[in-house]
Design a protein around this ligand. Structure first.
Ligand code: AMP
Ligand code: ZN
Length: 112
């Protein structure tokens, strides 16, 4: 079993402020928010980053992109939000389990 931080959060072994969960994905609030609303959407399947992704993951990513506005609006981001995926060391990634940052709320707020 993976000792990866977000795999452990997905298994419920490490607590998170959960927003949404289904068989494929989990959304939870970022522990160090960079915006008034800042949550992470992660697949339960472990992929290090988009560098590991293939055509077999297209349906999963489509689902995640579809969920992003729905969850953002549920958290009050009616006026827009930002989506960021950091990939690999040169992409500024720190947790090597693929995740989408979703950030919104009144600007200005710090850019990642
Ligand atoms: P990245 O640089 O794209 O890998 O971003 C990793 C993000 O994970 C950062 O914004 C962290 O604040 C966030 N993070 C790290 N540990 C946790 C945790 N236990 N629960 C929620 N968010 C976390
Ligand atoms: Zn993982």
């Amino acid at each position: 079993m993976s000792s990866c931080l977000f795999c452990r959060i997905a298994r419920g072994e490490i607590p998170s402020k959960k927003i949404y969960e289904d068989d494929d994905v989990l959304a939870f609030h970022d522990i160090h928010p960079a915006a008034p609303v800042h949550f992470l959407l992660v697949p339960k399947l472990h992929l290090d980053s988009l560098l590991d992704a293939g055509s077999e993951h297209e349906a999963l990513f489509g689902k995640m992109i579809g969920l992003a506005p729905r969850l953002a609006k549920e958290l009050g981001c009616d006026n827009g939000f930002r989506v960021v995926i950091n990939n690999g060391p040169d992409g500024g990634q720190e947790v090597f389990h693929l995740h989408i940052h979703i950030m919104g709320g009144p600007r200005p707020w710090k850019r990642l």
